[in-house]
Design a protein around this ligand. Sequence first.
Ligand code: HGY
Ligand code: MN
Ligand code: MN
Length: 413
Amino acid sequence: MDLKSLRVNGKRLQGSLEEMAKIGATPSGGVQRLALSEEDKRARDLFVMWLKELDLGIIIDDMGNIFGTRPGRDKSLSAVMSGSHMDSQPKGGRFDGILGVMGTLEALRSLHENNIETERPIIIVNWTNEEGSRFAPAMVGSGVWTGNLDRGWACDRLDINGNRFEDELIRISYKGSLPAGKWPVHAYYEYHIEQGPVLEKEGKRIGAPKGIFALQWYDVYLEGEANQVGPTPMAGRHDALCAAAEMILKINELPQRMGGNMVATVGEIQNYPNSRNIIPDRVHFTVDIRSWDDDHALKAWEMVWRDFDEIATRRGCPIKIEETWRVEHSPFDRKLVHRILNIAEELGYSGLHMVSGAGHDASYMNRICPTAMIFVPSIGGRSHVEVENTKWEDCEAGANVLLHAILQSANEK
Ligand code: HGY
Ligand code: MN
Ligand code: MN
C-alpha cells in the first residue's frame, strides 16, 4: 500500500470521542473525569478494552500510566510513543487530553486494519493525573515515569478531602506492579487541542508548537484572627481574606509590571471559616505563573513574594508559601516540529509554528527524547470549560498528521 495515501477514519475517531464524552458527562455538555475518580476508572476500562481489540500488549505501571505496545519488525529499535491524558478539569471539556489518546488510538486502528508493519515498535500512552486539579501538581504520571518527580512524594499527594493519591490509585484498581520508569524512546508525539485563540485567529488548521512555557505553581497559606464581625472594630483586624485579596491583585498585575510574554493567575482559593459573620482567619490560594523565559518567571515570583511579605506584615497575617511545582520551558525537537509542518503541508492543511501556554506531559517527555506536539484549533479559543469545542474535521486532520508523523518516525532507523 502507498503509505502516503493512508488516512484515519474520522467518523470512527468522532465515535470514540463521543463515547468517552459520555463518561463523566456534565449537564452543560462538558466532562468531569477527575484523576483517579470513578469516571477516570470507567474511561480507563474502556480504553484498555479498545487496546485489547488491537491485540496490543498492555502495561499498567505503579503510577497508573497505561501503555499499549505494538511490536515493530526490528525488536532492537526503540519505540515511537504517542498519547496524552484522559483525566479532566472539574468542569472540563470533551477534547482536552482525550483527543490525544483517541487520536493515537485511531492511528493505531488505521495501521491495524491495513496490516501495516513498522520498523520500530509503537507505544500509545495514557498518563495519570495530567491536570493536577484534584491532586497537585499536574503531570504526575509522566513526571514520575521520566524521573522528574519523586514517586513517594507523588503517592502522598492529597486532594482537598484528604484522599491520598496512591490510595485512590489502588481503589480504582490501576496501581500496576511495574515501577513507573522510563525506557528508551525514539520520538514522542502528543496531539492536543490548542486551548487558545491563535490558530482560529490566524485561520490555520495545524499548530506545531516550538515548545511549552515554563510553569510555576505556588500554594499560599495566610493566617488571621477570627472574630465576630459586629463588635470588632475595623482597626486592628487581622483579616486573612483581605490580605489575600491584596495579594491576588498583585498577581493579576504581575505580567504588566514584568513585561514580556507572561501570564499569572490565582485560580483556586479556600476561605475559612467562610461564614458571613466571622472575620476570616485562614485562607489558602494558588498561584500559576507561566512564561517562555524561565528567569523571567522566577524574577516575577521573587518580586511578588516581596509584595506578599509586606502585605502579610502590615495586616498581621502570617504567611506560608509552598513552591508546589516548577517545570522549565521546553523547546521541542526542531526536526520533529518541522516534520509536523511538512506533513501538514503534504496533506493540504495550513500549518503554524507557535508556542504552547498550556502545560502538557510532553514537557517531561521532552527531557528524555525528541518530542513534538500537534495542535488543532479550539473554537473561540476556549478550554478547561464545558463549552470547549473543536470541529470534527479538524480532529480528523490532526489525527492524519499524527498518523504520518508516527509512521515516519517508526520507519526511520
Ligand atoms: O495546567 C495546564 O496547562 C494543564 O492543563 N495541566
Ligand atoms: Mn491537556
Ligand atoms: Mn488541561
